[in-house]
Design a binder for this molecule. Structure first.
Ligand code: ADP
Ligand code: ADP
Length: 223
């Protein structure tokens, strides 16, 4: 699904990630961990094509990022869903319309029944007409998750999705992500919360990647 071959990245000449080679295979579930500033968000941006590697090759669903056109990247948005750290919404539009926005942007009509089902899956069935400023933190994250999967992507990337949530809500979000994985989606969750990774053990067979010394390594059992 995603392949990194000897990839390096840095901002303004300062190296951040160096010589990264890894594969994210279809249906896999990965946590990406490492301290704040280690480059987790940067790695995710490389995975969804927002950033181009300074060195090496990134392949996104079989396409070399360096050879992709603007249209290719736009098409990729339908295959790779992203839950950003600070989920932004259009505050004047109800939750349902915000969630359906990727469909609208892609020029597709939202199927009312499917949208309702998606909202109830994330527990926002009764909040469809609410405006984003009235949502709690947990509701915002779940709305952002619904929006990220509304185009039925193959791959879902989530950047600190539980960063602002209490433990109960974090587990609820984790459960939704593991359900998506059981439906066949490839999942990557960037988090510095090791408790979240431990809590996922009974739910999903996850691998843990850790950023250390500008490298991404498979973390062992020492978690
Ligand atoms: P993490 O997600 O692990 O906290 P990031 O990938 O957000 O790490 O950031 C890694 C480092 O790169 C940080 O030191 C951050 O300040 C720096 N950085 C991130 N984005 C930019 C940018 N657009 N320009 C310059 N430096 C950046
Ligand atoms: P099921 O509906 O088969 O019982 P789940 O209990 O796992 O499956 O709930 C998943 C539901 O969430 C699906 O029925 C679907 O309506 C909705 N859903 C999940 N992911 C997506 C997606 N990518 N696009 C649209 N709807 C989705």
């Amino acid at each position: 699904m995603i392949a990194f071959d000897d990839v390096s990245y840095g901002y303004g000449g300062t190296p951040l990630l160096r010589g990264i080679s890894l594969r994210l295979t279809p249906g896999s579930f990965h946590f990406l961990t490492g301290p704040s500033g280690a480059g987790k968000s940067t790695f995710l941006k490389l995975c969804y094509g927002e950033l181009m590697p300074v060195d090496g090759k990134v392949s996104l669903i079989g396409q070399d990022r360096a050879a992709m056109s603007r249209d290719d990247i736009a098409r990729l948005r339908g295959r790779i869903g992203v839950v950003h750290q600070d989920c932004q919404f259009l505050d004047h539009l109800p939750v349902a319309e915000n969630v359906a926005l990727p469909l609208t942007v892609a020029g597709r009509e939202a199927d009312a029944g499917e949208l309702r089902e998606l909202l109830s899956w994330v527990g926002l069935g009764s909040r469809a007409r609410a405006l984003p400023p009235s949502l709690s933190g947990g509701e915002r994250q779940r709305a952002a998750l619904a929006r990220a999967v509304v185009l039925s992507p193959d791959l879902l990337l989530a950047d600190e999705p539980t960063g602002n949530l209490d433990w109960e809500m974090s587990l609820r979000l984790l459960t939704l992500l593991s359900e998506l994985n059981r439906m066949g989606k490839t999942i990557v969750i960037a988090t510095h919360d090791l408790n979240l990774i431990r809590a996922a053990k009974p739910m999903v067979s996850a691998r843990v990647l850790r950023i250390k010394d500008r490298q991404i390594i498979h973390a062992g059992a020492e978690l």
